[in-house]
Design a protein around this ligand. Sequence first.
Ligand SMILES: [Zn+2]
Length: 75
Amino acid sequence: MKYILVLLVVWVGYHLWRKGRMADTGPSKSAQRSPAKPLAMVACAHCGTHLPSTDALQVGGVFYCSAEHRERHVD
Ligand SMILES: [Zn+2]
C-alpha cells in the first residue's frame, strides 16, 4: 500500500511537471514572446532630429520630435 501511494505521488508530480513544461512552450506564451521589431528611426520634419517612431508625433505621414515642432512647422 505504501508503494502505491509513492507511485501515485510520483505519477501526479510527473504529470504536473509535464503540464508546466507544455504550458511553457504553448502557443499563447510563444506569441507573447514574439521578437520585438527593430526600432524604426524617423527624422523630425522641423529640426531633423532622429528619434524612435514610437516617440515621434506623426501628422499625415510626417514625423515631429515634439508638439512644439509640429506647431512651428509650416509648409
Ligand atoms: Zn524637431
